[in-house]
Design a protein around this ligand. Structure first.
Ligand SMILES: [Zn+2]
Length: 342
């Protein structure tokens, strides 16, 4: 069976993977598609070498069908379509005991801390498999994981119908947050520095702004009739965006930190105090977010085809990652099964 692995030293390779039968409590998945994301780029660039064990078959935005059912697994049969919520928690730490299993203090992220979905057969605990409705095609279903991120971020923000939301950063997650926020009834503007991304976002019907050339606070002020944004999503990971977020939020507005910031950032806490702002983190998703993402995609509420730049064979993972790295693509899917459209 073929797979794609990070082998260390900033190198990716197509590898041969031996996958045995599923163990007790496991499902074996015939992986159909796997999306590539920013976290995968961090792995490929060696930025997570201290965390990952190489060779690592990565990938966590998956869709496929059940290929085999392990002992003791109920409710699944061979051929069932599914996706995987790639989180395994210990169930015993303070976060888990408080009901926040998705941010377990000993969380295993499948595809980083355990083998991921860029392999043609993949054994996972049945507990993390999420069923797909029969009408949802498997290409579209490979977007469930990033859509679930967006669903979680919007849920955390307590966004209301009619709210004004600013999304700082127009990569795939930013666009999905914008999409989910708009679907929830908000007015949305996306700030993105890259011109080609701005035009793609505008084509989806969003207002866009270039934070490098605009006076963001003045523009958002005008856009909200002087009120300020109800919610600001910081998705860019840029220091300048973190610095500006407090200038954009209204009195008692909410700032949601979605991006992974690689260093401590300067933040205007005087402004947080003065306007009684709420500053929230939002990380991954809960099972309910995953199920909501499946529902949104099934009902065509997410412009999946517009977001998928292209589909590549497993042998082209490395070049696809180069394109993502250079901002030449939005979402690239890997046709893991090697039979596109199957
Ligand atoms: Zn835990």
């Amino acid at each position: 069976m073929k797979g794609a692995a990070y082998v260390g030293g900033g190198r990716l390779e197509t590898v041969s993977v031996e996958v045995g039968p599923p163990g007790p409590g496991e499902l074996q998945i015939a992986v159909a598609y796997c999306g590539l994301c920013g976290t995968d780029l961090h792995i490929a660039h060696g930025a997570m070498d201290a965390r990952v064990r190489t060779p690592l078959v990565f990938g966590h935005e998956t869709s496929g069908t059940v290929a085999a059912v392990g002992a003791g697994v109920e409710g699944w049969k061979v051929g069932d379509p599914l996706t995987v919520m790639p989180l395994v928690w210990d169930g015993t730490c303070p976060a888990c005991l408080a009901g926040h299993q998705h941010i377990c203090q000993n969380l295993v992220f499948v595809g980083i801390d355990a083998p991921g979905g860029l392999q043609q057969r993949w054994n996972v605990p049945a507990s993390i498999a999420v069923p797909l409705p029969p009408g949802l095609d498997l290409r579209t279903a490979a977007l469930v994981e990033p859509v679930a991120v967006a669903v979680h971020d919007v849920r955390r923000s307590d966004l209301q119908v009619g709210d004004h939301a600013v999304v700082l950063g127009g990569g795939p997650i930013g666009v999905l947050i914008a999409t989910v926020a708009r679907d929830a009834g908000a007015h949305v503007i996306v700030a993105e520095v890259d011109a080609s991304r701005r035009s793609r976002i505008a084509a989806l019907g969003f207002e866009v702004i270039d934070p490098a050339s605009a006076d963001m606070a003045a523009e958002i002020g005008r856009w909200t009739n002087g009120v300020g944004a109800d919610v600001v999503f910081e998705v860019s990971g840029a220091a300048a965006a973190a610095r500006s977020a407090t200038d954009l939020a209204k009195v008692r507005g909410t700032i949601v930190v979605v991006a992974i910031h690689s260093a401590p950032r300067e933040l205007d806490l005087q402004r947080v105090f003065w306007r009684e702002l709420r500053l929230l983190g939002a990380r991954v998703y809960q099972r309910s977010d995953f199920e909501r993402a499946v529902d949104l995609l099934s009902r065509g509420r997410i412009p999946a085809q517009a977001l998928i730049s292209r589909v590549v064979p497993i042998e082209e993972v490395a070049s696809a990652m180069d394109d993502l790295s250079a901002g030449r693509a939005m979402k690239i899917l890997v046709d893991v099964a090697g039979e596109a459209g199957a």
